[in-house]
Design a protein. Structure first.
Ligand code: BTN
Length: 306
């Protein structure tokens, strides 16, 4: 109901009468008034006068009603240990694809390689449940599609020079804007779900990490609506997944890469390697040319631009 009230108010240039809202939503004036009161309490600047209601500014909320058409698949938690845990539970209980768990803050946010992901208020922290019809062998392409899609949204919508660092970080001017963590479960050789967790520094103070981090607010000099970014990203990703671009995604990723043809250091669970990142194969493994000319194929690890 809140979603529909907000849509009616936002789509109108001026005042919308209480009776018009009741007629459109098929509900009573009292019910409409209660929802509006609740929205006002949450910081929505909704003026009420003798002729009806008018909306001014809206706070940057991530509640389901802010995502019309997706309300049933959005789970908002003001605080949670990690959106990955909640999403895994939902995915195992067969929630639909594009279920999204989004948190105001995380108390035990997880990064890759068992790192902590600092998740204070103001950032965008969410996990999206994906159910691509893909063999497990190709599953990592999903992560590359996700990071490529989000970088596109950031470039086109916010005019930032978002580049992709292997495997799935988004950097701007060498500073980390976004990190991505994924968890997959399969049935036989088919993917059952891939949960992709994204931490994007938006209006938060990013933690001190390697490479140094940056937020969108710092880059643009103004606060940015997390709701708008998430809406744009989910729309773009859903469209991209429908076209099943599995043969072309790696080429698209390479075109936006800031890793290829650069000297890098790669740290894996077992090795510490240096060389030039010459290519990424069709399943996302990094091909590293080492100083002695030998090639190494790195499937999982941390990459530092030298
Ligand atoms: C990385 O760069 O190491 C990946 C960071 C991923 C962080 C996101 S925030 C939302 C989701 N929940 C988590 O606990 N982690 C991911």
């Amino acid at each position: 109901m809140k979603s529909r009230i907000l849509a009616l108010l936002r789509d109108s240039d001026g005042v919308v009468s209480g009776s018009a809202i009741c007629a459109r939503l098929g509900t009573s004036r009292v019910a409409v008034w209660k929802h509006i009161q609740k929205l006002q309490e949450m910081g929505y600047a909704i003026e009420s006068g003798p002729k009806g209601y008018r909306i001014g500014s809206s706070p940057d909320r991530l509640h389901p009603w802010e995502f019309p058409g997706r309300e049933d698949r959005m789970v908002y938690l003001p605080e949670t240990p990690s959106t990955m845990d909640v999403a895994k539970d939902l995915a195992r209980r067969d929630c639909p694809a594009f279920t999204v768990v989004v948190a105001g803050r995380q108390t035990r946010g997880r990064g890759r390689m068992r790192r902590v992901w600092g998740s204070e208020e103001g950032g965008l922290y969410f996990t999206v449940v994906l159910r691509p019809h893909l063999p497990v062998l190709w599953s990592s392409r999903v992560n590359f599609l996700v990071s490529l899609t989000l970088a596109g949204v950031l470039r086109e919508g916010y005019d930032v020079d978002a580049g992709l660092k292997w495997p799935n970080d988004i950097l701007v001017q060498g500073r980390k804007l976004c990190g991505l963590l994924s968890e997959m479960e399969s049935e036989g050789d088919q993917v059952r779900f891939i949960n992709v967790g994204i931490g994007l520094n938006v209006n938060n103070r990013p933690p001190a990490v390697e490479p140094p981090a940056v937020s969108l607010q710092e880059l643009l000099g103004r606060p940015v609506s997390r709701r708008d970014i998430l809406t744009r990203f989910l729309d773009e990703l859903e469209q991209a997944m429908h076209t099943e671009p599995w043969d072309t995604v790696m080429a698209g990723w390479k075109a936006r890469s800031v890793t290829l043809n650069r000297p890098v250091r790669i740290v894996t669970a077992r090795d510490d390697l240096s060389g030039t990142a010459v290519d990424v194969d069709e399943n996302g493994a990094l091909l590293l040319k080492q100083a002695d000319g030998t090639m190494a194929t790195v499937v999982y690890g941390d990459c530092f631009l030298a």
